[in-house]
Design a protein around this ligand. Structure first.
Ligand code: NDP
Length: 293
């Protein structure tokens, strides 16, 4: 069994992006700039956003954090998005999800200029991704693909099972792995809460991607010998032994599943760290006007 080490990959990729920034600026380019909007004070969102701001500084990006109280009216949030869309210095604009229930996530995502949508959630980017056009690929699926590439994991003709069909993880990663060319050409099955015989389907996977958000749902008896297991799930549980008072648990029961795998991601230290890096890569692409000249 080999660990898919997201921490090591993230550190290598940050170094690569930092030197890309230096080269880009030396050839007359601007400092890439990511703007993040955070509504409210949700603990997990605060952690994710501070990780993004920190990563921007580490690679030499500019970062702007715009904060609103949880009761901000939707129209005020949308007005701020329009303002940031028009700011030529901002290359990437993201709104941390989830949003409070009185704000429509769909309206917010559609309000972001798709050319700055480095989260890859806008229908234009999702649509372009589906038909194989250049687009911003949402950060977690992009991180998963990068991991598969860097570890040279074969995907052609493999049976790949994705558990979870969210618009930000399960659905896009299932489409990406079934696209033509590497890392794709897999035969993909997308499972969800209404899937019948889930255990039987999952246990046939050469590549299993668990993105359902149910702590330790995938047990050893559901995993094929030699499978590649990518655990996207992050569930925060209270812990008396960590400094933060929280502990992160994946969707896979790691200790019993790992011995059966050829490759497996740990949680934490797996896919989560790559999500932030994929966001940086998309912001770099935007600063260079690579996808949308
Ligand atoms: P959502 O909560 O939006 O969706 C969960 C999906 O899992 C749904 O499609 C749901 O089915 C399915 N599901 C739930 N329970 C079961 C079950 N018992 N059997 C089969 N399918 C089930 O998930 P997200 O994609 O937003 O997040 C998934 C997990 O990944 C979470 O733990 C989240 O924290 C984590 N995450 C991690 C990221 C990272 O950076 N590593 C980034 C984003 C998310 P149905 O559609 O039928 O309801």
């Amino acid at each position: 069994m080999q660990l898919l080490d997201g921490k090591k990959m993230a550190s290598e990729m940050k170094t690569e992006i930092a030197s890309e920034v230096i080269q880009f600026k030396a050839s007359g380019g601007k400092t890439p700039h990511l703007a993040t909007i955070l509504v409210g004070h949700d603990g997990a969102s605060e952690t994710y956003v501070s990780g993004k701001v920190k990563a921007c500084h580490e690679v030499g990006f500019k970062s702007t954090l715009v904060r609103f109280e949880v009761d901000i009216p939707e129209n005020e949030l949308l007005a701020k998005i329009v303002e940031l869309n028009m700011d030529d210095d901002i290359d990437g604009l993201i709104v941390q999800l989830p949003l409070p229930p009185h704000i429509s996530e769909r309206n917010v995502i559609e309000a972001i200029d798709y050319r700055k949508d480095v989260d890859g959630f806008h229908p234009v980017n999702l649509g372009r991704m589906v038909i194989g056009m250049p687009s911003y690929i949402s950060a977690t699926p992009a991180g998963i693909l990068e991991m598969i590439k860097r570890y040279n994991i074969p995907t052609e003709g493999k049976s790949c099972v994705v558990v979870g069909r969210s618009n930000i993880v399960g659905k896009p990663v299932s489409i990406l792995l079934s696209r033509k060319g590497y890392p794709g050409d897999a035969t993909v099955t997308l499972c969800h809460s209404k899937t019948l015989n889930l255990k039987e389907i999952v246990s046939q996977a050469d590549i299993l991607i668990a993105a359902l958000g149910q702590a330790e749902f995938i047990k050893a008896d559901m995993v094929k010998e030699g499978a590649v297991v990518i655990d996207v799930g992050i569930t925060r549980i209270k812990s008396s032994v960590t400094k933060s008072g929280w502990k992160l648990i994946g969707d896979v029961k790691f200790d019993e599943v790992a011995p059966k795998c050829s490759y497996i991601t740990p949680v934490p230290g797996g896919v989560g760290l790559l999500t932030v890096i994929a966001l940086l890569k998309n912001t770099m692409l935007s600063a260079k006007r690579t996808i949308y000249p």
